[in-house]
Design a protein around this ligand. Structure first.
Ligand code: C5P
Length: 311
């Protein structure tokens, strides 16, 4: 049966500002997001019948909590359903088998689940509807989760609205150097909904020029300047709900990070480094107590550039 496969990267948020609460209960966001060099490998194989299956294999991350999770609650399967709805695909030939090799920790705010969904959507477009316009793909992504459109667009992006309005920050001729970082996953999960529920209704912003400054530092591949514009409006709420999160941020700072921040709604934090070597030094300073990884940002993205591979 036809198969498509793609490496879908996780992400970090360099800024995450809360502008207010919307009528639909979601928070109005403004966030600079960048994919990082930690990938989920998503493979989708079409089926002759209408069954949908999803198998997840952990590589360096614990996936045991997915055992027993109803298949329809997995973001990868929600992505299949969103694509079926958009294409009006039902009955025989509308099913598929999804296989995810997971490397992004679950419940970390690093977009692993959203990457799975984005990977499934990109693969299904290649298999079922290569001419589907990007706008339809992004709309299907927005139905699955707030971060999915940004993961589909790939590369450095500005997310606005609930997350569904995404703008690439780099033009086709701009290829800045990647920035190096150390990501730390404290081992516990944070519920995105619980964090947003607890953060209140007041705006949590980082000043008028935060976004511009961050975008400029990304364009210049300048980690020092980027470190000065790191901001996450959810950080104080997560620190209160899960005090060790702050401890890991402080440890990254003591280890020499240029700046450290919570990504998304956590629980992972990261510290920016000057170079790959510097990132390894910072990582060593943490000791081996928790999951950590030296990563680089992917300014150009891979999803948009290459799309899935259909052998
Ligand atoms: O869209 P997603 O399923 O990723 O969001 C999970 C939860 O996070 C939502 O149910 C909502 O409570 C909260 N959220 C929010 N505002 C956003 C994104 C998420 O309040 N922009």
């Amino acid at each position: 049966m036809p198969t498509a496969t793609i490496d879908a990267p996780g992400k970090i948020n360099l800024t995450l500002e809360i502008l207010g609460v919307r009528d639909d209960g979601y928070h109005e966001l403004r966030s600079v997001v960048m994919p990082v060099s930690l990938y989920e490998t998503v493979t989708v194989t079409t089926r002759e019948d209408e069954a949908v299956t999803c198998e997840t294999i952990g590589e360096g991350v614990d996936v045991s909590e997915l055992d027993g999770l109803p298949v329809e609650r997995q973001l990868a399967v929600k992505a299949v359903r969103a694509m079926q709805r958009r294409l009006g695909r039902t009955g025989r030939g509308s099913g598929c088998d999804v296989r995810v090799v997971k490397r992004v920790p679950i419940g970390a705010g690093m977009g692993g689940g959203s990457a799975d969904a984005a990977g499934v959507l990109a693969c299904l477009r290649a298999l079922w509807a290569p001419d589907l316009p990007e706008a339809d793909l992004l709309a299907a992504g927005a139905e699955v989760g707030s971060d999915v459109p940004a993961m589909l667009v790939g590369g450095a992006a500005l997310m606005e609205g609930r997350g569904e309005r995404v703008r690439r920050l780099l033009g086709p001729e701009e290829h800045p150097a990647p920035m190096w970082l150390v990501a730390v996953f404290p081992g516990y999960h944070v519920s995105t909904k619980a964090v947003y529920d607890a953060c209140g209704e007041a705006p949590l912003t980082g000043g008028a020029h935060l976004c511009e400054n961050c975008a400029r530092s990304v364009r210049n591949g300048d980690s020092r300047a980027c470190a000065r514009s790191l901001f996450n409006g959810l950080q104080d709420t997560v620190n209160k709900l899960h005090p060790p999160t702050e401890r890991f941020c402080l440890a990254l700072g003591r280890g020499g990070a240029l700046g450290s921040l919570l990504t998304g709604s956590g629980s992972a934090v990261y510290g920016l480094a000057e170079s790959e070597r510097h990132a390894h030094e910072i990582r060593r300073s943490l000791g081996g107590e928790v999951w950590s990884n030296v990563l680089r940002t992917l300014p150009d993205g891979v999803m948009a550039a290459h799309g899935p591979l259909v052998p």
